[in-house]
Each structure stands twice: as C-alpha cells, then as structure tokens.
Design a protein around this ligand. Structure first.
Ligand SMILES: NC(=O)c1ccc[n+]([C@@H]2O[C@H](COP(=O)([O-])OP(=O)(O)OC[C@H]3O[C@@H](n4cnc5c(N)ncnc54)[C@H](OP(=O)(O)O)[C@@H]3O)[C@@H](O)[C@H]2O)c1
Length: 327
C-alpha cells in the first residue's frame, strides 16, 4: 500500500518518505480501514520531532486521526461492519501505523460510525481535537446555560470546543488574533469574539457577563493566560489546560486568588484519558454530528504526495483551519 513514513525523527523535509509498504491485515478484534482523509495534528509533528519521546518503532506511518471505510475485519469482529463509514482516533497509539496511508488497522472500538450525512473531511477532523475539547468542557458536568471562555477559538481544539459547547447549550466567548480566525470562530457559533492582542480579554468577558465571569475556561496557553483566567473566572470555575510549549513547562498559581474563586484546575492529556471517558465523549460527539452541529473549517487539503507541505504549514502556523491529507 502507498504510505508516508519516517524511520528517524527530524524535520518533515528530511525524514518523511512516500513509498510502498507492506499491506496490513486485521488481527483479533481489529478492523482494517481504507483511509479517505487523514487529519493532521500538532501531536503528529511533535512525535516526528521527538518532542517528548524517542522513536517508538523503527518505522512510523504518522497521523493519529482519519476517516474512511472498513474493508476487512479480523477474528472477533462481525463481518457486518465491512462497508461501514468510520472515523478513527489514536491509530498510532501502541502501533507504528497511522492514517497517512491507504489503509490503517485499529482495534474495532477505535473505528467509530460516521453518520451517512457527515463528510469524510469532518470525520478526519474529529479524533484528537474533538475528544480533547470534550474532556476540557464536559468532564465536570453539564454546561447547559453556563458560560465558557475558549482561548484560541480558531485552533483545531479551540474550534472543537466552541462547536461542542454550543451544541451542549453554553454561551461561548473566545479569543482570536486575526480577521480570518474571527471568521472561523464565528462560523463555529461563538457568541463573543475577543481580539487578544487589541483587547483586554478579562475586561471584555466581565463587562459582557455583568461581572459574573465564566464557568469553564478551555486554555491553549495556561502560562500566558493564567492571570486573565483568574480575573474572569466565576465562583467554582473549571480551568482546563491541554497544551504545552515545552515538555518542561510548569505553572505557578497565585493560590489566594484561585482559592477565593474556588477554581478547579483540570489538565487534559488525551492519550491517557480513561477509555470509559472517551466513550462518553464519543457518544456526545456522535450526537453533535447527528444534530448537524459539528462543522469545522478546513484550512488546507493536499494529497499524500504533498504531506511535507502540510507538516510545514502546521509548523509555521500559516494556515487557519484544519489541515487534511486526502488519500
Ligand atoms: N493535551 C492534549 O491531549 C492535547 C490535545 C490536542 C492538542 N494539544 C496541544 O494543544 C496545542 C493546540 O493544538 P491545536 O491542534 O488546537 O493547534 P492549532 O490548530 O495550531 O491551534 C492553536 C491555536 O491557539 C492559539 N493560541 C496560541 N497561543 C495562544 C494564547 N496565548 N492565547 C490564546 N490563543 C493562543 C493560536 O492562535 P495564534 O495563531 O494567534 O497564536 C491557534 O489559533 C498544541 O500544542 C497541541 O499539541 C494537546
């Protein structure tokens, strides 16, 4: 099968190779998925660059997320699943084989039914962003009627957080840094857009909420946003942090401010979230899809031969919207 792969960590241009590799077969409790679209995430870049781990296998086919159609099943999986449209997540966890290839093999539970009316591009955009956003927003109970602040609402996780929060019945404020980011956040349904370079986010949030602040904060950069968060957190707010700049990042919290507001800090690392919680997220994501409420913006689509350009675009942050590789 045709695939992109790397055999050593390094820059995309230096290490990514496109070529033929041995076709995969589904084993016990596994399905094989013919990939239509592969979704790129910063995690795939970090794995290739060795951000926090060495090469886990001698050869890695990158990308955790994707969407396609089941074309074969292993022992223990009903043959009725053949032909099912699915989105897949964490394909490359515990496996060298990700979605930047014509086929991927995953445990059957990692191939989730994609409703007929939902495109493969949306399916390939779910995985890491939607699961992460869900755990940031909904690990601490319903957000119906609550107020949410999403930092960086045009990012993949940020957009997923806006889409899921709106579906779940929350009022959503978000920060952006350009007109194109504002357009993405608005089309995802954000109620309040704040330009983080030209406005004081905490002031705007407090003014708009009559001084009450927000109940949930989904944060892409806790080190930069901590004092803003503490200023506009409502009593008992949950601040969910999911991103690092360096693997050694550490945060120092002004405890008195946090205590007075009864703040809860939640740290989310999607790969170590319990499977039962991921199933909760998948149930809600499926309902959100079925309601037609999950439509993320696509910023770039390339074919597999241009995977290097896709990785470089993500690293340079020159694309706003989801980066997809159409297989
Ligand atoms: N813990 C986990 O399980 C998990 C899961 C998913 C992603 N992540 C990590 O989360 C990060 C974001 O992932 P992503 O896929 O959403 O990336 P992305 O699509 O590149 O989005 C990042 C967004 O964050 C914005 N941003 C950066 N610094 C900000 C700040 N100080 N305040 C507000 N917004 C800010 C960026 O806007 P500008 O362009 O204006 O900077 C951009 O819109 C990556 O580091 C990724 O590895 C972690």
């Amino acid at each position: 099968m045709k695939a992109a792969y790397y055999e050593q960590q390094g820059s995309a241009r230096d290490v990514l190779v496109i070529g033929d590799v041995a076709e995969l077969t589904a084993g016990l409790d596994e399905v094989r998925v013919r990939i239509h679209v592969s979704g790129l995430n910063p995690s795939d870049i970090k794995a290739r660059m060795g951000f926090s781990a060495q090469m886990p296998y001698t050869r890695v086919i990158p990308h955790q997320d994707g969407a396609g159609m089941i074309d074969a099943v292993g022992e223990g999986v009903s043959s009725e699943r053949i032909g099912e449209r699915v989105w897949v997540y964490e394909t490359q966890q515990g496996s060298p084989n990700g979605t930047a290839a014509e086929y991927v093999v995953v445990p059957a539970h990692k191939a989730v039914v994609l409703p007929d009316e939902i495109t493969m591009e949306v399916g390939a955009s779910l995985g890491i962003p939607a699961l992460t956003a869900h755990r940031c927003l909904l690990s601490d109970g319903s957000i119906r009627g609550k107020r949410v602040l999403v930092h960086g609402g045009a990012g993949s996780v940020g957009t997923a957080a806006i889409l899921l929060a709106k579906w779940a019945g929350a009022w959503v404020a978000t920060t952006i840094s350009s007109a194109s980011q504002a357009a993405i956040a608005l089309s995802a349904g954000a109620d309040l857009i704040i330009d983080r370079y030209h406005e004081d986010t905490a002031d705007v949030v407090l003014r708009t909420t009559g001084g009450e602040g927000v109940d949930r904060i989904v944060d892409v950069d806790l080190l930069a946003n901590l004092s803003t968060n503490l200023k506009c957190a409502a009593q008992g707010a949950v601040v969910s942090s999911y991103a690092l700049k360096q693997s050694t990042d550490a945060v120092s919290v002004p405890m008195l401010d946090a205590m007075k507001r009864g703040c809860v800090f939640r740290f989310v690392f999607i790969y170590s979230v319990a499977q039962a919680e991921k199933q909760d997220a998948i149930r809600d994501i499926t309902a959100c899809l079925a309601a037609g409420a999950y439509i993320p913006a696509v910023g770039m689509r390339v074919d597999l031969n241009h995977i290097v350009e896709a990785h470089e675009a993500m690293e340079s942050s020159c694309v706003v919207g989801k980066i997809l590789i159409v297989i």
